[in-house]
Design a protein around this ligand. Structure first.
Ligand SMILES: [Cu+2]
Length: 124
């Protein structure tokens, strides 16, 4: 009877096909971000602690900046180019970013943030 239970478990595992993929290093998730006067779209990006992501940033109208004071990093976002930002935040929290290249009347409003939440099952 025990053996039968084990077989059922093994069968459902086979259907999931997830074990191998979980062990292999997954490719970083790619996130598209657009900068324009005077906003980032999306302005709030949800991340999961420990997750590796590549943010692909497109500026469509101006050389905007992206300053991430919490990380001590900044980027110039040049129209016609894709600027990439690799992130792997390990702890939950908020990572703010602001435009630091003056881009006009609404420049002070141009900001966004990454919201990092705890990985599911981090605390069993
Ligand atoms: Cu600006």
């Amino acid at each position: 009877m025990k053996r039968r239970g084990w077989l059922v478990w093994a069968g459902s595992l086979g259907c999931g096909a997830g074990l191998g993929a979980a062990v292999a290093q997954p490719a970083p998730r790619e996130i598209e971000l657009t900068a324009r006067r005077f906003q980032y779209e999306p302005s709030e990006i949800a991340l999961v602690a420990g997750e590796k992501v590549v943010v692909r940033i497109h500026s469509i109208d101006f050389v905007h900046g992206m300053n991430l004071p919490d990380l001590g990093r900044r980027l110039d976002l040049i129209p016609g180019r894709v600027t990439t930002l690799e992130l792997q935040p390990m702890t939950p929290g908020v990572i703010d970013f602001v435009c630091d290249n003056f881009c006009g009347e609404g420049h002070e409003r141009m900001h966004g943030r990454f919201v990092v939440t705890e990985r599911a099952g981090a605390h069993p």
